[in-house]
Design a binder for this molecule. Structure first.
Ligand SMILES: Cc1ncc(CO)c(N)n1
Length: 225
Protein backbone atom coordinates (compact mmCIF):
# COMPACT_ATOMS: atom_id res chain seq x y z
CA UNK A 1 0.00 0.00 0.00
CA UNK A 2 1.30 3.41 -0.87
CA UNK A 3 1.88 5.78 1.98
CA UNK A 4 0.60 9.31 1.68
CA UNK A 5 3.52 11.72 1.87
CA UNK A 6 3.25 13.76 5.06
CA UNK A 7 3.38 17.50 4.83
CA UNK A 8 6.88 18.54 5.76
CA UNK A 9 7.64 22.04 6.86
CA UNK A 10 10.77 24.11 7.14
CA UNK A 11 11.60 22.87 10.63
CA UNK A 12 11.72 19.22 9.57
CA UNK A 13 13.87 20.18 6.60
CA UNK A 14 16.27 22.08 8.87
CA UNK A 15 16.41 19.25 11.41
CA UNK A 16 17.40 16.86 8.59
CA UNK A 17 20.02 19.30 7.38
CA UNK A 18 21.45 19.78 10.88
CA UNK A 19 20.82 16.23 12.06
CA UNK A 20 24.13 15.78 13.87
CA UNK A 21 23.69 18.77 16.18
CA UNK A 22 20.01 17.88 16.69
CA UNK A 23 21.02 14.39 17.80
CA UNK A 24 23.80 15.80 19.99
CA UNK A 25 21.17 17.96 21.77
CA UNK A 26 18.47 15.29 22.13
CA UNK A 27 20.66 12.21 22.84
CA UNK A 28 23.38 13.75 24.95
CA UNK A 29 25.56 11.42 27.06
CA UNK A 30 23.97 12.83 30.22
CA UNK A 31 20.46 11.98 29.01
CA UNK A 32 21.57 8.57 27.76
CA UNK A 33 23.12 7.92 31.20
CA UNK A 34 19.77 8.66 32.86
CA UNK A 35 18.08 6.21 30.51
CA UNK A 36 20.63 3.44 31.04
CA UNK A 37 20.80 4.01 34.80
CA UNK A 38 24.52 4.78 34.90
CA UNK A 39 23.93 8.46 35.70
CA UNK A 40 26.20 10.02 38.26
CA UNK A 41 24.01 11.70 40.87
CA UNK A 42 26.37 14.63 41.31
CA UNK A 43 25.86 15.34 37.58
CA UNK A 44 22.11 15.25 38.09
CA UNK A 45 22.37 17.70 40.98
CA UNK A 46 24.53 20.04 38.92
CA UNK A 47 21.98 19.92 36.13
CA UNK A 48 19.13 20.52 38.61
CA UNK A 49 20.72 23.64 40.12
CA UNK A 50 21.71 25.08 36.76
CA UNK A 51 18.33 24.35 35.18
CA UNK A 52 16.50 26.00 38.06
CA UNK A 53 18.44 29.20 37.33
CA UNK A 54 17.83 28.77 33.60
CA UNK A 55 14.08 28.39 34.09
CA UNK A 56 13.93 31.59 36.15
CA UNK A 57 15.46 33.36 33.15
CA UNK A 58 13.21 31.47 30.74
CA UNK A 59 10.08 32.94 32.40
CA UNK A 60 10.61 36.52 31.09
CA UNK A 61 11.48 35.05 27.68
CA UNK A 62 8.20 33.11 27.53
CA UNK A 63 6.38 36.21 28.82
CA UNK A 64 7.82 38.15 25.88
CA UNK A 65 6.77 35.37 23.49
CA UNK A 66 3.28 35.70 24.99
CA UNK A 67 3.21 39.44 24.32
CA UNK A 68 4.35 38.88 20.74
CA UNK A 69 1.68 36.18 20.29
CA UNK A 70 -0.93 38.75 21.39
CA UNK A 71 0.40 41.57 19.22
CA UNK A 72 1.97 39.99 16.14
CA UNK A 73 -0.10 36.92 15.47
CA UNK A 74 -3.15 36.84 13.27
CA UNK A 75 -4.34 33.72 15.09
CA UNK A 76 -5.94 34.10 18.51
CA UNK A 77 -5.06 30.52 19.43
CA UNK A 78 -1.31 31.31 19.49
CA UNK A 79 -1.79 33.28 22.69
CA UNK A 80 -3.59 30.36 24.33
CA UNK A 81 -0.80 27.92 23.49
CA UNK A 82 1.91 30.21 24.90
CA UNK A 83 -0.18 31.05 27.96
CA UNK A 84 -0.43 27.32 28.68
CA UNK A 85 3.36 27.10 28.53
CA UNK A 86 3.77 30.02 30.88
CA UNK A 87 1.27 28.53 33.32
CA UNK A 88 3.15 25.24 33.41
CA UNK A 89 6.36 27.11 34.27
CA UNK A 90 4.63 28.08 37.49
CA UNK A 91 4.29 24.38 38.44
CA UNK A 92 7.78 23.78 37.17
CA UNK A 93 9.36 26.25 39.57
CA UNK A 94 7.51 24.63 42.46
CA UNK A 95 8.68 21.23 41.25
CA UNK A 96 12.30 22.44 41.14
CA UNK A 97 12.03 23.67 44.72
CA UNK A 98 10.71 20.32 45.93
CA UNK A 99 13.37 18.49 43.96
CA UNK A 100 16.05 20.82 45.37
CA UNK A 101 15.14 19.86 48.92
CA UNK A 102 14.91 16.18 47.99
CA UNK A 103 18.48 16.24 46.61
CA UNK A 104 19.89 18.73 49.10
CA UNK A 105 20.64 21.29 46.43
CA UNK A 106 20.46 24.77 47.91
CA UNK A 107 19.54 26.97 44.94
CA UNK A 108 20.48 30.15 46.78
CA UNK A 109 24.14 29.11 46.59
CA UNK A 110 24.16 27.83 43.00
CA UNK A 111 26.35 29.98 40.75
CA UNK A 112 25.36 30.09 37.08
CA UNK A 113 28.07 28.53 34.92
CA UNK A 114 29.26 30.13 31.69
CA UNK A 115 27.10 27.97 29.42
CA UNK A 116 24.06 28.97 31.46
CA UNK A 117 24.91 32.68 31.32
CA UNK A 118 25.57 32.50 27.58
CA UNK A 119 22.25 30.79 26.98
CA UNK A 120 20.40 33.35 29.06
CA UNK A 121 22.09 36.23 27.22
CA UNK A 122 21.02 34.62 23.95
CA UNK A 123 17.41 34.51 25.21
CA UNK A 124 17.60 38.17 26.23
CA UNK A 125 18.71 39.12 22.72
CA UNK A 126 15.71 37.23 21.31
CA UNK A 127 13.40 39.35 23.47
CA UNK A 128 14.16 42.42 21.36
CA UNK A 129 11.29 43.84 19.30
CA UNK A 130 13.55 43.71 16.25
CA UNK A 131 13.39 39.92 16.23
CA UNK A 132 10.67 38.69 13.90
CA UNK A 133 7.79 36.57 15.20
CA UNK A 134 8.60 33.46 13.08
CA UNK A 135 12.18 33.56 14.40
CA UNK A 136 11.02 33.75 18.02
CA UNK A 137 8.53 30.92 17.55
CA UNK A 138 11.19 28.72 15.95
CA UNK A 139 13.53 29.33 18.90
CA UNK A 140 10.76 28.74 21.42
CA UNK A 141 9.83 25.45 19.78
CA UNK A 142 13.45 24.24 19.69
CA UNK A 143 14.07 25.06 23.37
CA UNK A 144 11.02 23.08 24.47
CA UNK A 145 11.42 20.26 21.94
CA UNK A 146 14.96 19.37 23.04
CA UNK A 147 13.74 18.70 26.57
CA UNK A 148 10.67 16.86 25.36
CA UNK A 149 12.69 14.56 23.06
CA UNK A 150 15.46 14.03 25.60
CA UNK A 151 13.32 13.14 28.58
CA UNK A 152 10.81 11.12 26.57
CA UNK A 153 13.78 8.98 25.50
CA UNK A 154 14.43 8.19 29.18
CA UNK A 155 10.89 6.76 29.47
CA UNK A 156 10.78 4.76 26.23
CA UNK A 157 10.70 0.95 26.20
CA UNK A 158 13.79 -0.71 27.59
CA UNK A 159 14.80 2.17 29.84
CA UNK A 160 16.64 1.58 33.11
CA UNK A 161 15.97 5.07 34.41
CA UNK A 162 16.42 5.15 38.20
CA UNK A 163 13.01 5.50 39.86
CA UNK A 164 14.04 8.64 41.74
CA UNK A 165 14.68 10.38 38.40
CA UNK A 166 11.45 9.41 36.68
CA UNK A 167 9.74 12.54 38.07
CA UNK A 168 12.11 14.75 36.10
CA UNK A 169 11.62 12.60 33.00
CA UNK A 170 7.82 12.73 33.26
CA UNK A 171 7.89 16.51 33.65
CA UNK A 172 9.11 16.97 30.07
CA UNK A 173 8.57 13.49 28.63
CA UNK A 174 4.79 13.28 29.21
CA UNK A 175 2.25 13.23 26.38
CA UNK A 176 0.75 16.60 27.31
CA UNK A 177 4.12 18.28 26.93
CA UNK A 178 4.62 16.47 23.62
CA UNK A 179 1.26 17.77 22.43
CA UNK A 180 2.15 21.29 23.54
CA UNK A 181 5.48 21.14 21.64
CA UNK A 182 3.61 20.01 18.57
CA UNK A 183 1.22 22.99 18.89
CA UNK A 184 4.19 25.38 19.16
CA UNK A 185 5.75 23.70 16.13
CA UNK A 186 2.56 24.20 14.12
CA UNK A 187 2.56 27.89 15.00
CA UNK A 188 6.20 28.24 13.94
CA UNK A 189 5.59 26.36 10.69
CA UNK A 190 2.55 28.46 9.83
CA UNK A 191 4.57 31.67 10.34
CA UNK A 192 7.53 30.35 8.38
CA UNK A 193 5.31 29.59 5.37
CA UNK A 194 4.82 33.31 4.79
CA UNK A 195 8.27 34.47 5.83
CA UNK A 196 10.80 36.19 3.55
CA UNK A 197 14.09 34.53 2.60
CA UNK A 198 15.88 36.75 5.06
CA UNK A 199 13.63 35.78 7.96
CA UNK A 200 13.93 32.09 7.00
CA UNK A 201 17.72 32.34 7.10
CA UNK A 202 17.54 33.97 10.50
CA UNK A 203 15.15 31.33 11.85
CA UNK A 204 17.40 28.52 10.63
CA UNK A 205 20.39 30.17 12.28
CA UNK A 206 18.54 30.64 15.56
CA UNK A 207 17.40 27.01 15.51
CA UNK A 208 20.99 25.80 15.18
CA UNK A 209 22.15 28.19 17.89
CA UNK A 210 19.49 26.89 20.32
CA UNK A 211 20.72 23.35 19.66
CA UNK A 212 24.31 24.43 20.34
CA UNK A 213 23.29 26.11 23.59
CA UNK A 214 21.39 22.99 24.63
CA UNK A 215 24.44 20.78 24.00
CA UNK A 216 26.64 23.18 26.01
CA UNK A 217 24.02 23.14 28.77
CA UNK A 218 24.07 19.33 29.05
CA UNK A 219 27.85 19.45 29.00
CA UNK A 220 27.82 21.42 32.27
CA UNK A 221 26.43 18.39 34.10
CA UNK A 222 29.60 16.51 33.27
CA UNK A 223 31.57 18.91 35.44
CA UNK A 224 29.56 17.32 38.24
CA UNK A 225 30.41 19.90 40.87
C1 LIG B 1 18.32 24.24 29.22
C2 LIG B 1 16.85 24.06 29.14
N1 LIG B 1 16.26 24.01 27.94
C3 LIG B 1 14.93 23.87 27.84
C4 LIG B 1 14.14 23.76 28.97
C5 LIG B 1 12.64 23.62 28.91
O1 LIG B 1 12.18 23.09 27.81
C6 LIG B 1 14.78 23.80 30.20
N2 LIG B 1 14.08 23.70 31.35
N3 LIG B 1 16.13 23.96 30.27
Amino acid sequence: MEKKPEKRGMIDTWIDKHRSIYTAATRHAFVVSIRDGSVDLSSFKTWLGQDYLFVRGFVPFVASVLIRACKDSGESSDMEVVLGGLASLNDEIEWFKREGSKWDVDFSTVVPQNANQDYRRFLEALMSNEVKYPVIMTAFWAIEAVYQESFAHCLEDGNKTPVELTGACHRWGNDGFKQYCSSVKNIAERCLENASGEVLAEAEDVLVRVLEHEVAFWEMSRGGQ
